[in-house]
Design a protein around this ligand. Structure first.
Ligand SMILES: CCCCCCCCCCC/C=C/C(=O)SCCNC(=O)CCNC(=O)[C@H](O)C(C)(C)COP(=O)(O)OP(=O)(O)OC[C@H]1O[C@@H](n2cnc3c(N)ncnc32)[C@H](O)[C@@H]1OP(=O)(O)O
Ligand SMILES: NC(=O)C1=CN([C@@H]2O[C@H](COP(=O)(O)OP(=O)(O)OC[C@H]3O[C@@H](n4cnc5c(N)ncnc54)[C@H](OP(=O)(O)O)[C@@H]3O)[C@@H](O)[C@H]2O)C=CC1
Length: 253
């Protein structure tokens, strides 16, 4: 990945940070983008231990203007963009019947609209560069299994899956690959804080995973590294589940 310029939204924490660390270890220059500047700067220090260029940009992906600024900054600093990882997301548990309009909108805005704003802006830049490139979206297995309590996130991630397939077909002629990773529960992440913060919930989640454990951020980062690398040069429009067979487990008798 030497010389590659990579933007990772939500790159200061959880899976985003794990991907940023692994891509940096492999030689890439990294741009991490999210809202909390303190988190961004702390993560940048860790990522830069690999001696690469690490840029932070305080960006709310719900704002097309801020996304445009993020892309301009990445191009000014690195001269180009090779890879975008749409990882930023919001989620929390709330019964559908109690969910406020604002609660629905905040998650759909971050997950679906944010992914779209970033993809369109970066896609235009890649076409302008005439270099091709690739986009990796972070989805979720709950698109297929459903997940009571997170209707906003489930619906938005389903939109991201459909967008992945559509852009892969539309932008293949521009040599832009678009793929998706669908993780199941991964330990030590924002999802853990938001979705299984009590021992009871954690146990319920673990009980549904045939592999008997949650995934680790590094395991997701390794899959991401393959997908954004040239080893995956003929892979586009695909989604990759990484969940210890969790979404296949219907309980049995
Ligand atoms: C059995 C357990 C289930 C196991 C499942 C296993 C499968 C795993 C699948 C996981 C898939 C996806 C995972 C993830 O995406 S995890 C990402 C987690 N990280 C984050 O969420 C970090 C970022 N989050 C946030 O910034 C916030 O949580 C938020 C998304 C809310 C956005 O912040 P913002 O500042 O924009 O929003 P507000 O605070 O102003 O709130 C907006 C409205 O939303 C209402 N709200 C917020 N939190 C809750 C809550 N916990 N319950 C109910 N409603 C909530 C808030 O009240 C606002 O609405 P109102 O104005 O009407 O009050
Ligand atoms: N961990 C898991 O088990 C699973 C995770 N996923 C997906 O993996 C990805 C990473 O999740 P995870 O690491 O768990 O969670 P985190 O909470 O650690 O990461 C989410 C990141 O998104 C950023 N973010 C949230 N809202 C915005 C916004 N409006 N603009 C810019 N950045 C934003 C947050 O930073 P800030 O708040 O500072 O903006 C944060 O860094 C997400 O797409 C999630 O849906 C999917 C399935 C399972």
């Amino acid at each position: 990945m030497e010389g590659k310029s990579i933007i990772i939204t939500g790159g200061a924490t959880g899976l985003g940070k794990a991907m940023a660390m692994e891509f940096a270890r492999l030689g890439a220059d990294i741009v991490i983008a999210s809202r909390n500047l303190e988190n961004l700067e702390k993560a940048a220090k860790e990522i830069s231990t690999f001696n690469n260029k690490v840029i932070v940009t305080q960006t709310d992906v719900r704002s097309p203007e801020q996304v445009e600024k993020m892309v301009r900054r990445a191009v000014e600093e690195n001269g180009k963009i090779d890879i975008l990882v749409n990882n930023a997301a919001g989620n929390f548990r709330v019964p559908s019947l109690d969910m406020s309009v604002n609660a629905w909108n905040s998650v759909v805005d971050i997950v679906l609209h944010g992914t779209w704003y970033c993809s369109q802006e970066v896609g235009r830049q890649m076409v302008f560069q005439k270099t091709g490139g690739n986009i990796l979206n972070i989805g979720s297995t709950h698109v297929w299994s459903g997940n009571p309590g997170t209707a906003h996130s489930t619906a938005a991630k389903a939109g991201v899956l459909a967008l992945t397939k559509t852009l892969a077909v539309e932008w293949a002629q521009e040599n832009i690959r678009v793929n998706l990773i669908a993780p199941g529960p991964i330990e030590g992440t924002g999802a853990a804080e938001q979705l299984w913060s009590t021992p009871e919930l954690e146990k319920a989640v673990l009980n549904r995973i045939p592999s008997g454990r949650m995934g680790t951020p590094k395991e997701v980062a390794y899959l991401a590294s393959y997908l954004v690398s040239d080893y995956a040069s003929y892979v586009t429009g695909s989604s990759f589940v990484i969940d210890g067979a969790g979404h296949l487990n219907k309980g049995g008798v």
